[in-house]
Design a protein around this ligand. Structure first.
Ligand SMILES: Nc1nc2c(ncn2[C@@H]2O[C@H](COP(=O)(O)OP(=O)(O)OP(=O)(O)O)[C@@H](O)[C@H]2O)c(=O)[nH]1
Ligand SMILES: [Mg+2]
Length: 464
């Protein structure tokens, strides 16, 4: 792999979260050849403590003139190669809060040998210096951005090298096959005959493993990105009550007046590891009220972009024409669940059969936002629809970049299959096989260009 950014420069950034909230401690991380000498001139440490590797020193960050204390800090020294980046690293543990840590960072950056790090630059150096492989570095970024426990668990599997091992193993198999084929291209007569069907079987096995990984990645992306679930229905059917019940708090205003909700209201929940954004909407009906009309237009927008639509209706009123008309507006390939709310006051079982006959392919869930009856069925229904139950068996999850490359490798192997059935000479087999190997190498980092590497790491956050 070629070097990307110049690594002889010393870089610094805030490594902890920079948000409006105030944390007790923040960390400024400095990496590079000048890290130690620069910090020695910035931080005043009492007594004659020496800056041993993997030690912690107490001191003060001083202004440039050395006359004023900027902050009281702990300094952690990690000499390369035993550090995150493989270079000398100094971490300054200073006080948290937006201003305090910025002041320390500015002081560090005022040193002529230190410049501000760009996003992902520490991780990029860790990869370039062989401290991490590429998929591990990507997993760190995913761990940081995980929105649920399971997402974090999958990211940890990647950090432990799970993705790297799996893909490298497949790439090795392909490399073995390529060398066999290439040997035949040049020295067919001098070598034992190669069984084409055996080669093809090996390639097909690799291809199916890739396809499995791609499928798993799609399922697992739910955990990373979460789902948008829209609550749609006529006015007063209990959409906001359902939102409150699922959120376990009084998030939305509920009244017995139809047309209560006017704006789209969001509530973030995590159900069995899946981050879900519930979107409560205005009840859809014909109305002359201009504000309600605007709300209804928004409901229709939400309807179009939701991953799953919960169609709520009032079981005590049955499945009305209005419900049916609304149901017809939902895009055909959007997953939906029918929620028959107010089961606590719906005593007529005939209404139930009326619903099933109208939407023969749709099952509905009898539910009461008031009593909570059926809430577990709603949750199970949601999880089944989004494939969350399949997540349990997944051990590693490729990210979008890795998934696209795996898909390109799989289709290259598909073409090898065509070449094989046409009984073309060995050198034709090698073309697509090479492409598959190249793609897998881009996943593992064996075959990366400078531009690619920069693009991957630019998506990381600052300080990572
Ligand atoms: N009996 C009974 N009443 C319910 C239930 N769920 C909601 N309600 C009542 O139905 C009325 C409307 O509830 P909301 O949750 O505001 O209905 P909505 O669909 O959000 O209504 P809009 O925002 O106006 O579209 C309120 O008086 C609720 O108390 C239920 O399960 N059982
Ligand atoms: Mg409402």
């Amino acid at each position: 792999m070629t070097k990307s950014l110049p690594t002889d420069e010393t870089i610094a950034a805030i490594a902890t979260a920079v948000a409006a909230g105030e944390g007790g401690i923040a960390i400024v991380r400095i990496s590079g050849a000048a890290a130690l000498s620069a910090c020695k001139s910035i931080v005043s440490v009492p007594g004659s403590k020496s800056w041993h590797s993997h030690s912690i020193l107490y001191g003060h960050v001083m202004n440039e003139e050395g006359t004023k204390r900027i902050d009281e800090v702990l300094v952690m020294v990690m000499k390369g190669p035993r550090s995150f980046t493989g270079e000398d690293i100094v971490e300054i543990h200073c006080h948290g809060g937006m201003i305090s840590v910025q002041r320390v960072l500015e002081r560090v950056l005022s040193h002529p040998q230190i410049r501000r790090a760009i996003p992902g630059e520490f991780s990029q150096r860790a990869v370039i210096n062989g401290r991490l492989n590429l998929t591990q570095a990507e997993s760190i970024s995913e761990l940081i951005h995980a929105r649920s426990n399971q997402a974090a668990q999958l990211a940890m599997a990647g950090l432990d090298g799970g993705i790297q091992k799996r893909i490298a193993k497949l790439r090795d198999i392909l490399l073995d096959q390529l060398s066999e084929l290439e040997a035949r291209v040049d020295f067919e007569d001098e070598l034992p005959t190669l069984d084409g069907s055996q080669v093809l079987k090996t390639l097909t096995d690799v291809q199916s493993e890739l396809k499995q990984l791609i499928n798993d990645a799609f399922t697992a992306s739910l955990l990373q990105q979460g789902l948008k679930v829209a609550l749609i229905g006529a006015p007063n059917v209990g959409k906001s009550s359902l939102l409150n019940r699922l959120s376990r708090r009084e998030r939305a205003i509920v009244t017995d007046l139809p047309g209560t909700t006017r704006d789209v209201l969001e509530s973030e929940i995590v159900i069995e590891g899946v981050p879900i954004t519930l979107l409560d909407t205005a009840g859809i009906r014909a109305t002359a009220n201009p504000i309600e009309k605007l709300g209804i237009a928004k409901s229709q927008e939400v309807l179009m972009c939701a991953d799953i639509v919960l169609v709520v209706f009032d079981l005590s009123k049955g499945w009305t024409k209005q419900d049916e008309a609304l149901f017809q507006q939902i895009p055909k390939n959007t997953s939906k669940l029918l929620i028959a709310n107010k089961v606590d006051i719906a005593s007529d079982p005939k209404l139930t059969s009326q619903i099933s006959s109208k939407n023969a392919n749709e099952t509905y869930i009898a539910f009461s936002a008031l009593t909570g009856e059926g809430v577990q069925d709603v949750i199970d229904g949601l999880l089944t629809l989004c494939g969350a139950h399949d997540i349990q068996g997944i051990e590693i999850a490729l990210n979008e970049r890795q998934r696209d490359l795996a898909a390109r490798a799989a289709s290259a192997l598909d073409r090898t299959n065509t070449v094989a059935t046409q009984k073309l000479p060995w050198d034709f087999w090698t073309i697509d096989l090479r492409e598959a190997i190249q793609c897998l190498g881009e996943i593992t980092g064996n075959e990366l260009t400078e531009i690619l590497l920069d693009r991957i790491f630019s998506r990381f956050c600052i300080g990572k």
